[in-house]
Design a protein around this ligand. Structure first.
Ligand code: PXG
Length: 465
């Protein structure tokens, strides 16, 4: 077989891709008919495809490339670490400098007494760790009946059996026998889609109080933990009303329930602080981290755990771990990524300058005839597409039909903006400049105009009854 390189014609690469490569969350036949867009390189906030077209990456890869593409420092660190110690495990009473240094740095950056890290290769693995960890914690406390973890519908916590069970994605649960036992889901705080006639504040409170009702219903002595993303990401950048999180915190404090903040997307500057729980003023006992921890340059994640949880687990042999827990190359690269985020003041700049600028521009899209609510926290934002703003109507077409058309128009305008159903979402690299934000907004507006024209032509502007 000839070497497969960037220099091959796009069609040949696409044919080989569909012949041998199975894509996540993708209908393979549909993709084969169309051909995947081949991404060949990237720099800053721009991707380049195999036809030489530059695309503004409004999603930072998959919510992860916080420092932007093409930072040589990370490549240098990876090469150095591979030469010195490419791999060693931390299972059998051994450790290594990259794992020590990264755990120490995370403990320094994390709020409160979240001072201990159990490493994984990504967010799914870390959330699987959390399931076993909170149950083992309550065993160690002499409360083995506390096993149930409460989560939320439309949450995303990963794709493994455990983490997808924690998640509240109906389409995932329908495949492969999920959820696993002792996971319970309450409703999400999505006011736009589900708030009916309530004010956002009353709705946020009501949705938070579903946690209390669930605890009382299931029995305080059986509930181990509540898990939630500070801002739902994959669910559509759903920002809870202001009343929601203080009430959730009150409920977790009142009952003996561990609070797990899944910071896989919201961590490492995405919300304008190091962690989303700081932006939303919540005090988790455990945080899930991944993605921005290494800006996606290496697969690494973990569970960051409070002093109290770590102390309780200290006397137990926790029969859990991954070959790549604390992988030295991934750890060294993550540490360099954190150095860049910190020393270049990237998180501070997001909070003080670029996120407020993006917010102003993002909200300006609210005057578009297709756009209902515009929501943004730091550098993650969404807009709801609607055929009628005043009534917050949904489209008569299947959910996602309009979102998909809009996403295709974004793609055609060399902007990557995702759709989640009929919501459009962005999560750009944190290094995006004001000029690049202007470009992003211009392209988004053009895509919205083109989408609107298509909907009119195809008679898709009808409201669901
Ligand atoms: N928790 C959250 C909050 C996530 O967003 C995971 C856990 C799982 O992490 P890993 O590293 O195992 O993928 C995620 C991942 C999407 C999309 O379509 C989002 C994620 C992954 C894949 C697709 O928005 N988030």
């Amino acid at each position: 077989m000839p070497a497969i390189t960037n220099h091959m014609p796009t069609a040949e690469l696409q044919a080989l891709d569909s012949a041998h490569h199975m894509h996540p969350f993708t209908n393979g036949d549909e993709l084969a008919a169309k051909g995947a867009r081949v991404i060949t390189r990237a720099k800053g906030v721009y991707l380049t495809d195999s036809e030489g077209v530059e695309i503004l990456d409004g999603m930072a890869g998959l919510w992860c490339v916080n420092i932007g593409y093409g930072r040589d420092e990370l490549a240098e660190v990876a090469a150095r670490q591979m030469r010195e110690l490419p791999y060693y495990n931390t299972f059998f009473q051994t450790t290594h400098v990259p794992a020590i240094a990264l755990a120490s740095k995370i403990a320094e950056l994390a709020p409160g007494d979240l001072n201990h890290v159990f490493f994984a290769a990504g967010g799914s693995e870390a959330n699987d760790t959390n399931i076993r960890m909170v149950r083992t914690y309550w065993d160690a406390k002499g409360k083995p009946d506390k096993k149930i973890i409460i989560s939320r519908k439309n949450a995303y916590h990963g794709s493994s059996m455990g983490s997808a069970s924690l998640g509240g994605m109906a389409g995932m649960h329908a495949q492969g026998g999920m959820p696993i036992p002792d996971i319970h889901h309450i409703n999400q705080p999505d006011w736009w889609a589900e708030g009916g006639d309530m004010t956002p504040e009353a709705f946020g409170l009501a949705r938070a109080q579903e946690l209390e009702a669930a605890i009382q219903d299931l029995g305080e002595d059986r509930v181990a933990a509540f898990i939630a993303e500070p801002v739902q990401g994959a669910g559509g950048v759903i920002v809870a009303p202001d009343s929601y999180w203080p009430e959730i915190q009150r409920i977790c404090d009142k009952y003996e329930i561990l609070l797990i903040a899944d910071e896989v997307i919201t961590g490492f500057g995405r919300t304008g602080n190091w962690f989303g729980c700081q932006t939303l003023n919540i005090r988790p006992d455990i945080m899930t981290i991944a993605k921005g921890l290494s800006s996606g340059y290496q697969p690494v994640g973990g569970s960051v755990v409070s002093d109290e949880v770590a102390k309780t687990l200290g006397g137990v042999e926790f029969n859990h771990g991954y070959t790549y827990s604390g992988h030295p190359v991934a750890a060294a690269v993550a540490l360099e990524n954190l150095r860049i985020l910190e020393e270049e003041g990237i998180v501070d700049r997001v909070r003080a300058e670029t996120a407020p600028y993006l917010a102003e521009k993002w909200h300006s899209l609210g005057d578009h005839p297709l756009v209902g609510e515009t929501r943004i926290v730091g550098m993650m934002a969404s807009l709801a597409l609607t055929p009628d703003k005043a009534s917050r109507a949904k489209f008569a077409s299947d959910p996602g039909t309009v979102g998909y058309i809009c996403r295709e128009r974004c793609f055609a305008n060399n902007l990557i903006m995702r759709h989640v159903g009929d919501r459009m979402v962005i999560s750009p690299p944190l290094v995006i400049t004001k000029a690049e934000i202007d470009t992003l907004i211009d392209r988004a507006r053009r895509a919205l105009d083109e989408c609107h024209a298509q909907l009119r032509e195809r008679d898709l502007l009808k409201m669901a009854s």
